[in-house]
Design a protein around this ligand. Structure first.
Ligand code: GDP
Ligand code: MG
Length: 339
C-alpha cells in the first residue's frame, strides 16, 4: 500500500482536532477554547489503497510563535515536509485562516508539499447568514478548497479521498502575495444585516476592561454559587449512604473476629477518607463541569481567557490558565465550605 503523510494546521478552535478525529477515528481532545491541543497527535486512515498518516497540530494564529505548543506547531509546519499540509479555517471568520495560509505559502521549505484549505464550521456560518463562494475561493487561491462540518462528520469520507488525491498530485500553491482581505471580500457574503457589527459590539462588551471583568465575575460567581449550594443535597445523601455502609462494615468485621486495630485502620481510616472525598468532591464536579461546558459551547471561555491574559502575563503565565484554575477551584472551594 502506498503511504502518505498529512498535517492539519490552523488557528486555535477551528475544529482541527475534530477533523482529525473524523479522519482517523481517534479521540483527540476537543473543546471550545484555545490551547487544549498542546502536542502533536498522530493517527492514520486508509483510502483508495493509500495509508495516510495524519498529524494534528496545536493551533496558531501566525508563524510568529509565542508559547511552547505554538513552537511545536511551527516547527512541524516548517520542517516535517508532509505530502500535504491542510490549513483548517473557520467559515465564520475566513480572513483569519487566509492570513495563516498566506504566511505558510511564503515558506520556501514547502515546495514539495501540496497545500489544501479546509473550511470548517460551515454550519455555524450558515446559521449566521454567511455565504462563501467556495468555487470562486478555490479559483482565486489556486489550491483545493474543501468545505465541511467536521462535528457531524459530514463529507469526511469525501475529505479523505480529496486528501489522498491531492497529496499524490504535484502540489499547487497560491500566489504568496495574495491579499486575505481582498479575497474574503470577493468570496464572502453576509445575508444577515449587521452580523459583523453586532458580533463586534458583543465582543467589545465581553472583553472590555470594565464590562468584561464585571461579566466574568458575575458569571463565575453564579457558576460557583450553583456548584457549592447545589452540591449540598447530593453530598449529604452520599455521605449518609456511605456512613450506613461504614456501620455495616464495622459490624461485619467485628463479627468475623478481625482485630480492633485493623478494623479501625480499614474502616475509620481508609474507607472513611475515601467516602468523604467521593461524597464531597463528586457532586460539585458533576454540577460544575456541565456548567463550564455550557460556557465553553457559548464561546465565552476564550473571552474570559483574553480578559485575564494581562494579569496572568505579569506572573509569566497566560490567560488560558485561569480556566484551569477555575476547574480546580470549584470542587476545592466546595470542600473548604464543608470543612
Ligand atoms: N458547530 C460546529 N462546531 C464544531 C465543528 N467542528 C468542531 N466544532 C467544535 O468547535 C470546538 C473546537 O474544536 P476543536 O477540534 O477542539 O478545535 P481545534 O482547536 O482547532 O483543534 C469544539 O467545541 C468542537 O466541538 C463544526 O463543524 N461545527
Ligand atoms: Mg485541537
Amino acid at each position: 500500500m502506498k503511504q502518505i503523510t498529512a498535517v492539519l494546521a490552523g488557528n486555535p478552535n477551528v475544529g482541527k482536532s475534530t477533523v482529525f478525529n473524523g479522519l482517523t477515528g481517534l479521540s483527540q481532545h476537543t473543546g471550545n477554547w484555545s490551547g487544549k491541543t498542546v502536542s502533536c497527535a498522530e493517527g492514520t486512515f486508509s483510502c483508495s489503497g493509500t495509508i495516510c498518516t495524519v498529524t494534528d497540530l496545536p493551533g496558531i494564529y501566525s508563524l510568529r510563535t509565542h508559547s511552547e505548543e505554538e513552537n511545536i506547531a511551527r516547527t512541524c509546519i516548517c520542517s516535517s515536509h508532509p505530502d500535504i499540509l491542510i490549513v483548517v479555517g473557520d467559515a465564520t471568520c475566513l480572513e483569519r485562516g487566509l492570513h495563516l495560509l498566506k504566511q505558510i505559502t511564503q515558506l520556501s521549505d514547502l515546495n514539495q508539499t501540496a497545500l489544501m484549505f479546509c473550511v470548517n464550521l460551515c454550519d455555524e456560518a450558515e446559521k449566521n447568514g454567511i455565504h462563501i463562494d467556495f468555487l470562486k475561493l478555490e479559483k482565486i487561491l489556486g489550491i483545493p478548497v474543501f468545505d465541511c462540518v467536521a462535528r457531524n462528520k459530514k463529507r469526511i469520507e469525501l475529505l479523505k479521498e480529496r486528501i489522498v488525491l491531492e497529496a499524490t498530485q504535484a502540489g499547487r500553491h497560491p500566489d504568496p502575495d495574495f491579499s486575505p482581505e481582498e479575497i474574503a471580500r470577493q468570496t464572502v457574503q453576509y445575508t444577515k444585516k449587521n452580523y459583523r457589527k453586532r458580533q463586534g459590539q458583543l465582543d467589545r462588551f465581553l472583553t472590555g476592561r470594565v464590562t468584561g471583568s464585571l461579566v466574568m465575575i458575575f458569571l463565575l460567581l453564579i457558576v460557583f454559587w450553583i456548584t457549592i449550594t447545589g452540591a449540598n443535597y447530593p453530598s449529604a445523601f452520599l455521605w449518609e449512604q456511605f456512613f450506613r455502609l461504614e456501620l455495616w462494615m464495622a459490624k461485619t468485621f467485628q463479627e468475623a473476629g478481625v482485630p480492633g486495630w485493623l478494623t479501625e485502620a480499614l474502616v475509620s481510616g481508609v474507607y472513611r477518607s475515601v467516602a468523604w472525598i467521593v461524597s464531597v468532591m463528586l457532586p460539585p464536579m458533576a454540577i460544575f463541569f456541565p456548567l463550564f461546558t455550557l460556557l465553553e459551547d457559548l464561546g465565552y471561555l476564550p473571552r474570559a481567557a483574553f480578559n485575564m491574559d494581562c494579569a496572568f502575563k505579569k506572573c509569566h503565565a497566560c490567560g488560558k490558565q485561569c480556566l484551569t484554575m477555575c476547574v480546580v477551584t470549584a470542587p476545592v472551594s466546595k470542600e473548604l465550605s464543608v470543612r
